[in-house]
Design a protein around this ligand. Sequence first.
Ligand code: IPM
Ligand code: MN
Length: 360
Amino acid sequence: MKKHIAVLAGDGIGPEITNGAIAVLNKVGEKFGHEFEFEQLLMGVCAIEKTGEPLPQYTIDRCLASDSVLLGAVGGAVGDPRIEKLPGHLRPEAGLLKIRSALGLYSNLRPAKLFPALAGACPLRKDIAEKGIDLVVVRELIGGIYFGKRGRGTEEGGEYAYDTEKYNVSEVTRIAKIAFELARKRRHRVTSIDKANVLESSRLWREVVHTVAKDYPDVELIDMLVDNTAMQLVKNPSQFDVVLTSNIFGDILSDEAAQITGSIGMLASSSLGATKRGLYEPIHGSAPDIAGKDLANPIATILSAAMMLRDSFDLTEEAKAVEEAVNKVLDEGYRTADIMSEGMKQVKGSEMTKLIVERI
Ligand code: IPM
Ligand code: MN
């Protein structure tokens, strides 16, 4: 099979980690007889520097013409003079939101799994971690408050600013269906997150999720308030299977879910819409503090490439080969700095990539 992959390496550690994923995909191509072609495109601070905007139209057009998109990370350090004074719509993050929306990627899957080899890196108490963590956050990605009406003005009390959380029935229905379908392939449980005791948008969310649930009598549905979820994730994470959330709640809870598995450097994500063209990215950011030092853990991006193989190209066996290679390297005791623990062998990011490539 021949596939054209758009690569948005982005900023900070973005180029290092996407290079890791490209090396892995090239090995998969060689081994299984596929041809993957990569096209590097600008997005983020690097795009702002060269074109004045975080997501040039050319990048959008080329992504739309590709079979799938691999993304590193975007954003600069706090106080970075290149972005500090930029208005919101020209910030690097705006580019990321815009590409998700331009490609219609409403469904963001963020699996959080505790790798047995990394149990030592889990910050939770041993008796809690021992029950296991294996959940997927299904995050609505192109609606809600990140895309709602916002603005500033002045009133009696002085200057004000506002953002709006708004969802309609079809937006909630389509993401809820994704969650229930996924639960059928897993442990048949959906926990739907809202703040229905306060927010009107959450009350609609809950109603719609219950309507969709009627078509899935074999899947258990639990409503959970977002504040309680934040607590349950550290108290008893083994209760979660599929966690269905709005855009903002999923953003927040997926960072928490990542951290309880040991390192945010391990977690992959996929974003899909109505077609097979998806966007695959690690859930961590651009980590400008460690950029260029070959310290970054490439595994989250490599596992995102595995998700691309499975979800965009239906290459199940190839995806498994990548995941197994990652497991093997971890079992053999190799660790990047972020997941290092006593008695393990510490390696640089590029060495980690090489070890994984060798095991495919
Ligand atoms: C993420 C990030 C982005 C988001 C930012 C950079 C716009 O935090 O992918 O979780 O909020 O979605
Ligand atoms: Mn986030």
